[in-house]
Design a protein around this ligand. Sequence first.
Ligand code: CA2
Length: 153
Amino acid sequence: MDYSVSSVLLLNGPNLNLLGTRQPEIYGYDTLADLESQCQKRARSLGLELECRQSNWEGQLIGWVHEARGKHEGIIINPAALTHTSVALMDALLGVDRPVVEVHLSNIHSREEFRHHSYVSRVAQAVICGLGPQGYLLAMDAMAHLLNSDKED
Ligand code: CA2
């Protein structure tokens, strides 16, 4: 059994820094800072370390995914619009060889056709969408479960 504390990386993609300021009917009233602090609280109760990062730049997100190799045991990601466009982000997540949980605030399947396909889902262990900020907390629970199952092996 491995009793060391696992570290998780939470990545948020383009425009999610605007959360709580526009389109509350789709994305709610919580800001990104609110959301990250709720996740930090959940991480503490799960005994996880959590590092939160947001970028509007695809290359920056890919860089953080690469760095996760030496720093984090798992990645939770809301890739935002890159979900539907980025083979490069998908390849980076595939290359890092860590469990990935994909999360979306909105239900991407009930929205425009172009949001129905996710490149990231091909490489994610789990996908949560449509539950707003609660989905991030469930993603934390799911990651704790995935990491605990790894430790038991
Ligand atoms: O539902 C989600 O979490 C999305 O990942 C959000 C993305 C969208 O492109 C995906 O299809 C689904 C958009 C993030 C933009 O967030 C904003 C928040 C407030 C104001 C403007 C944009």
